[in-house]
Each structure stands twice: as structure tokens, then as C-alpha cells.
Write a protein that binds this ligand. Structure first.
Ligand code: INI
Length: 160
């Protein structure tokens, strides 16, 4: 039995180019998720010169930007950051569902790993809890997870 299991923080990630898409709606939360994603990329020793960050208006626009980034050939790994908060809108389902479904579709259609940290919370307190400076920042988890997935996909494809 051959087991393939990767710790992204101990892997060679020097050549990886990372694209991050952020939504401006609930911007202070998304800035905190971005700070977490940057910490995660640092832990993985990603070269900051290989990281681009694009801001779109809201979570609804994330899948389109992610697809454009994925098909550009510029990135090996993407990370999607946003915050959809139920209290803010009667349209929660119309924004959150298409956003997560759209990102999943882009990931499957293009084969690029996309770290998913688009928060969908009942209130702002829950969003703050998930975007703090310590453990549990979903941006950090998504960034590290996407890099781990990239290594898994490489191992699956590698000749043996
Ligand atoms: N976008 C978000 O990212 N989060 C939200 O909570 C949100 N709310 O509450 O409406 C939201 N709406 C905007 C939407 O994503 C689009 O940007 C907008 O509809 C324009 O297409």
C-alpha cells in the first residue's frame, strides 16, 4: 500500500503561483480573511511575488473571476475569500448558493484547486470568530488546504 499524504507547510512550494479573489462586500471581514490567507501562504513559504489578489464587488462575482483566473494559465492554486451574512440581506440564499456552487464548478471544470473561505454566517459575530488573528481563520485554512490539494493532484498524476 502506498500512502500519499502531504503537509503543505513542509512541501516545496517555491514554484507555485497563487491567485486570490476577494469580495468587497463586508470588506473588513474579508480583509481579515486575506490576512489569514497571507499567513497561511507564508507558512507554506510561498514567494509573495507569486501572489496576485483581485477584488470583486461581492460574493456573487467570485466564480466568474475565479474561472477567468483559472483559465488564464497564470496560477497553480486559487483561493476564494468572501463573507455572506444572513442578517444583511433577504437574498442570502441567492448569493451564497450560487457562489459556493459556482466555485465548486470552476474547480471541477478546470482542475485547479480552489481554497474556499467564503463565510456564510448568521451574523457578523460568527464571521468575526472565523476571521481572527489566531487559529480558526478560514482564510488561512483555505490557503494551506489548496496547496495541500495541489500536491495531492500532482502525486495522482505522477508516473509510477
Ligand atoms: N455580497 C456578499 O459578498 N455578501 C453579502 O452578504 C451580500 N449581501 O448581503 O447581499 C452580497 N451581495 C452582493 C452580491 O454579491 C453582488 O455583488 C451584487 O448583487 C451585484 O451583482
Amino acid at each position: 500500500m502506498t500512502r500519499f499524504k502531504f503537509d503543505a507547510t513542509k512541501s516545496d512550494n517555491r514554484a507555485l503561483r497563487v491567485g486570490i479573489v476577494c469580495s468587497r462586500f463586508n470588506e473588513f471581514i474579508v480583509e481579515a480573511l486575506l490576512a489569514g490567507a497571507q499567513r497561511g501562504l507564508e507558512k507554506c513559504a510561498i514567494d509573495p511575488n507569486n501572489v496576485d489578489v483581485f477584488w470583486v464587488p461581492g460574493a456573487f462575482e467570485i466564480p466568474l473571476a475565479a474561472r477567468t483566473m483559472a483559465t488564464s494559465g497564470r496560477y497553480e492554486v486559487l483561493v476564494a475569500l468572501g463573507a455572506v451574512i444572513r442578517g444583511d440581506t433577504a437574498h442570502f440564499e441567492y448569493v451564497a448558493g450560487p457562489c459556493s456552487d459556482g466555485i465548486a464548478r470552476v474547480q471541477q471544470d478546470t482542475g485547479l484547486p480552489i481554497g474556499f473561505a467564503v463565510l456564510t454566517t448568521e451574523n457578523v459575530e460568527q464571521a468575526i470568530e472565523r476571521s481572527g488573528p489566531d487559529a480558526g481563520n478560514k482564510g488561512e485554512e483555505a490557503a494551506i488546504g489548496a496547496i495541500e490539494t495541489w500536491h495531492v493532484l500532482q502525486a495522482i498524476r505522477a508516473p509510477r
